[in-house]
Design a protein around this ligand. Structure first.
Ligand code: F6R
Length: 609
C-alpha cells in the first residue's frame, strides 16, 4: 500500500509534494521520493527510511519546478533501497506506482530486447520503460498511457510526466485507488483524499481504466476506450484524521474492511489456471528442496500462531504431510527434534517478533530450511529466511491483527496448493478447482462485511458480559482461539477458546446463564457433533451465539443469535468465520468505549522476549 501524490500549477511543486507525502505516511513507508521537471529535465530525489531523510536530501540538493510527482513506498517487489524507491525514470519519463504488475517479467524481457536497461528490482520500472517505448513510437503521454495500460496486467494506480509535455500530468488506475482534485490555480492527484484536503474538498475518484490529464487550468478524463468521460465530483468534509482512516472511525474497522482487497492482493499474480498451480517465484526454495523436507514445522506467536494452526489442518488434510506447530517462545526453550533439511515455516505480520526470530535462529542452527510468511518487506525475519512469501496486506496500524491474519491464511492456501501439486497429491483438475475456491473468498468476506449491522445488534445484547467461551472444531478450532483472543485484547472481557469436544473435560463446569457461548459450526463432517455440544450448553441455560453456514436451520432453534456465513469448502471456512468474529469483538469493544486501535498494555510489534 504505497502513497502517490502529484501536483501541477504555478507554485513550487517540492513543498506541496512533501506536505502531501507527510499526509500519506500512515499508509506505511520504507522509502520515499519525488521527481520534478526542473529546467526541462526530470530531477529525482529518493531516500530510504523516514520522510525526514528525503527532506534532508532536498535541503542539500533542492528542486524547483511547477510539476512533480511523489511516492511513499511499502515494498512489494525488491527490498527497500534508494534504487528501488520511486519515482522511476526512462528517457524523460518519470512515474510513481501503487500496486502490483503481474506480467512484469514478460514485459521486462520484451523491453530489454528493445534496448531498455533496468536499474531496479521493482515491477514498477517496466511501466516507465513501456511509456517511453510508446512515446518513442510517436505517441503523446496520454496515448502512451492508453497503450501501456492495454498491456499491463495486475493492479495499479500510476501517475507520470514527460519532459516533452512539461505542462501535463497524467494518471490512471486499475484496482488501486486514485483521486484527483483542483482549485483555480492548480491540479492535484493522490492515492487518497488526505493530501488533497488543504487544497480542495471537491474531488473525483477515478474509475478503473480512466486516464486523467491534468494541467494547471484543466482536467480531462478519458475512459478505458480512450473517449472523454464525465466523472462526478464528490464533496469531502472529513478532516485530515478522518481521511487517513478512509472515513472509518478507527484503523481497526478500516483494516477489517480492507480484507477482500488484502486477500486478492495476496493471491494476485501467484497462480496459473493453465497448470492448476500456485506460482510462487519468490519462495526461494526449489521443488526438490521442498520435496526433500522430511518434516514440516510452523512457528509463530499470537494471532500468527493461530494462522499456523489453520495451516496444520490444511496441510495434513490437503497434502497428507504431518506438521508440527509451535509457539515461538516454547520452541526456543525446548529441545525440538528438528533436523537438517526440515521445512520450517515462520509466520509473522511484523517480521520483528523476538520469540519467532529466536525460533528461526534455533531452527537454522539445526540445519532446517526457513520459509517465512511475512507482511513487512525487508523485515528481520524476511532477511533471515531462505524464502519469503509476502502477504500483501499493506501496513496494519491497529494493534490487534485482522487483515494480516487473513493474508497469512491465504498465503498458506497458496503454499498448500504448491506442495500438493509438486507432491502429486493434487491433480491438474484439483488445482484448478482450488484456485476457483480461493478466488471466491473476497466476495464471501464482502458478504459478511455487508451484514455488519446484524453483528452490531448481537454485540449490543452481550457487551456487558464478563466472560465468553468460544467453541470450534477441526480447522475452526484455531478460529475459536482467534475469536477469543480478539475479544479479550480489545474489549478486556475474559474469553476462552476451546475445541468443542474438549468442553466436557472441564470448561462445562463454568457454563451457566452468565457465560455466553460463541459456537462456530460450518456445515462439515463435524457439524452434528457440534450440535450435540450445544445441547449440553443450552441445558445449562447459557446464551448461545452461533455462526453457521448459510441454509442451516437446526441450530436456529438452539441458539439465541444466529449469523450465517456463505458456504464454502470446510478448509476455506476459517476466513469468513474469522471476519465475523473480528466484527463482533470490534463492536463489543466500541460499546465498552475502548480505544480499539491502542488497547492497553499491548504493542504492535513485540521485539523483546
Ligand atoms: C493479536 C496480535 C498479536 C500478534 C503477535 C505476533 O491481535 O496482533 O498476537 O499476532 O504479537 O506478531 P507478529 O505477527 O508481528 O509476529
Amino acid at each position: 500500500m504505497c502513497g502517490i501524490i502529484g501536483y501541477i500549477g504555478h507554485d513550487n511543486a517540492t513543498s506541496i509534494l512533501i506536505a502531501g507525502l507527510k499526509r500519506l505516511e500512515y499508509r506505511g513507508y520504507d522509502s520515499a521520493g519525488i521527481a520534478v521537471i526542473q529546467n526541462g529535465q526530470i530531477e529525482v530525489r529518493r531516500s530510504v527510511g523516514k520522510l525526514t531523510n528525503l527532506e534532508q536530501a532536498l535541503q542539500q540538493a533542492p528542486l524547483y519546478g511547477n510539476i512533480g510527482i511523489g511516492h511513499t513506498r511499502w515494498a512489494t517487489h525488491g527490498k527497500p533501497s534508494e534504487q528501488n524507491a520511486h519515482p522511476h525514470r526512462s528517457n524523460g519519463v518519470a512515474i510513481v506506482h501503487n500496486g502490483i504488475i503481474e506480467n512484469y517479467l514478460t514485459l521486462k524481457q520484451r523491453l530489454q530486447k528493445e534496448g531498455f536497461v533496468f536499474d531496479s528490482e521493482t515491477d514498477t520500472e517496466v511501466i516507465a520503460h513501456l511509456l517511453a517505448l510508446h512515446i518513442r513510437d510517436g505517441r503523446s503521454l496520454h496515448d502512451a498511457f492508453l497503450a501501456a495500460t492495454r498491456e499491463l496486467q495486475g493492479s495499479y494506480a500510476i501517475a507520470g510526466m514527460y519532459v516533452g509535455e512539461p505542462e501535463t500530468l497524467v494518471a490512471t488506475r486499475s484496482g488501486c485507488p486514485l483521486v484527483i482534485g483542483r482549485n483555480e490555480k492548480a491540479a492535484f492527484l493522490a492515492s487518497d483524499v488526505t493530501p488533497l484536503l488543504p487544497h480542495t474538498h471537491e474531488v473525483v475518484f477515478l474509475e478503473d481504466g480512466d486516464i486523467a490529464v491534468l494541467t494547471a487550468q484543466s482536467t480531462t478524463i478519458t475512459g478505458a476506450e480512450g473517449r472523454v468521460a464525465e466523472r462526478k465530483s464528490v464533496r469531502i468534509d472529513w478532516d485530515a484524521e478522518a481521511a487517513e482512516k478512509g472515513g472509518y472511525p478507527d484503523f481497526m474497522l478500516k483494516e477489517i474492511h480492507e480484507q477482500p482487497q488484502a486477500i486478492l492482493d495476496t493471491l494476485r499474480g501467484r497462480y496459473s489456471y493453465e497448470t492448476g498451480e500456485a506460482d510462487l517465484p519468490d519462495l526461494g526454495l526449489t521443488s526438490q528442496e521442498l520435496l526433500e523436507a522430511k518434516r514440516m514445522w510452523i512457528v509463530a506467536c499470537g494471532t500468527s500462531w493461530h494462522a499456523g494452526l489453520v495451516g496444520k489442518y490444511l496441510f495434513e488434510e490437503l497434502i497428507r504431510k504431518p506438521v508440527q506447530v509451535d509457539i515461538g517462545s516454547e520452541f526456543r526453550y525446548r529441545q525440538p527434534m528438528i533436523q537438517a533439511g526440515d521445512l520450517f515455516i515462520a509466520i509473522s505480520q511484523s517480521g520483528e517478533t523476538a520469540d519467532t526470530l529466536a525460533a528461526v535462529r534455533e531452527a537454522r542452527l539445526r540445519g532446517a530450511r526457513i520459509l517465512s510468511i511475512v507482511n513487512v518487506v525487508g523485515s528481520t525475519l524476511a532477511r533471515e529466511s531462505d524464502g519469503v512469501l509476502y502477504t500483501r496486506c499493506g501496513p496494519e496500524i491497529s494493534v490487534a491483527s485482522t487483515k494480516a491474519f487473513t493474508g497469512q491464511v491465504v498465503a498458506l492456501y497458496l503454499l498448500a496448493l504448491h506442495l500438493g501439486r509438486i507432491r502429486q497429491v493434487l491433480s491438474l483438475e484439483d488445482g484448478r478447482w482450488w484456485l476457483d475456491q480461493f478466488m471466491a473468498l473476497p466476495s464471501k468476506v464482502e458478504h459478511v462485511l455487508k451484514r455488519e449491522a446484524e453483528i452490531l445488534s448481537m454485540a449490543k445484547r452481550f457487551y456487558t458480559m464478563r466472560n465468553f467461551l468460544y467453541l470450534g472444531r477441526g480447522i475452526n478450532y484455531p478460529i475459536a482461539l482467534e475469536g477469543a483472543l480478539k475479544l479479550k485484547e480489545i474489549s478486556y472481557i475474559h474469553a476462552e477458546g476451546y475445541a468443542a469436544g474438549e468442553m466436557k473435560h472441564g470448561p462445562i463446569a463454568l457454563i451457566d446463564e452468565d457465560m455466553p457461548v460463541v459456537v462456530l459450526a460450518p456445515r462439515d463432517q463435524l457439524y452434528e457433533k457440534t450440535v450435540n455440544n450445544l445441547m449440553e450448553v443450552k441445558a445449562r441455560k447459557a446464551p448461545v451465539i452461533a455462526f453457521v453456514s448459510e441454509g442451516e436451520r437446526e441450530l436456529g432453534a438452539l441458539a439465541d443469535f444466529v449469523f450465517t456465513i456463505p458456504s464454502s469448502h470446510p478448509l476455506l471456512s476459517p476466513i469468513p468465520f474469522t471476519v465475523a468474529l473480528q466484527l463482533f469483538a470490534y463492536h463489543v469493544a466500541i460499546l465498552r468505549q475502548v480505544d480499539v486501535d491502542r488497547p492497553r498494555n499491548l504493542a504492535k510489534s513485540v521485539t523483546v522476549e
